[in-house]
Ligand binder design. Sequence first.
Ligand code: NDP
Ligand code: 8X3
Length: 257
Amino acid sequence: MNKIAVITGATSGFGKACAEKFAKENFDVVITGRRKERLENLKSELEKKFGVRALALCFDVQDREAVFKNFESLPEEWRNIDILINNAGLALGRDFFEEASMEDWEIMIDTNVKGLLYVTRAVLPFMVSRKRGHIINMGSVAAKVVYEKGNVYCASKAAVETISEGMRIDLLRQGIRVTAIHPGAAETEFSEVRFKGNTELASKVYEGYEPLHAEEIAETIFYCVSLPRHVCINDLVITCLAQADSIYFHKTGPVYP
Ligand code: NDP
Ligand code: 8X3
């Protein structure tokens, strides 16, 4: 029997790369997101390419009822969940505090913080009953160092860091590992979403240096879960060579040779 990994936000970026990496490593994968067509296409691709099972669950992590309904009705053969990658998330806007949209704030908090809590609580019973499992929470360098106009996005990722600490402490007695991973700039759909479809603004974020790529995050997460069961990477910060933290970059022009 293959191990089972649940990956939220698998329709794009880090989540999609994780689904591909875990399927390649013979995990059966539960892939989630709101864009149904992308999920269905990815499911077929993974099954065909890697010969694993894939289950597509289409829901919004902000919708508590939908989250619980999806996991409570999981078919029996999908219940032995080994890995949960809480990746679904977003930034919306980059605005001064007094000018930022309150609607954007609410969506970020509801998705990055409350969504992560709902999914974790919905999946945990399957881990607690077996006294095993590994939860990976997607933080950000924004959790570590706040930057101008980052206000609520940074706060939401700082919450992910603190929640991960709390989970780790409370789940000690359940034998469940908890890892928070904090990437720096990575070229995904992240900035396109943040700038609400303005591709020019989005691509500027990655100009003059080579950012991280989604596959590197997937490799890193896979490394964390592949360590012996008594080893837990608690908190991991990963940036490209041109970035020191959420503020300091060295942008030299074209990518490194
Ligand atoms: P993408 O925009 O490429 O992917 C985001 C994923 O999250 C999509 O699959 C999207 O699926 C899903 N998602 C967003 N909102 C919801 C929701 N309400 N319900 C369900 N799924 C949702 O960005 P990334 O891959 O870059 O981002 C993944 C995570 O990594 C996020 O938490 C982000 O904050 C974090 N991060 C990103 C960094 C970067 O520079 N790219 C750096 C550090 C952290 P769908 O739209 O189909 O619902
Ligand atoms: C995404 C990285 O620096 O845009 O979390 O906040 S950053």
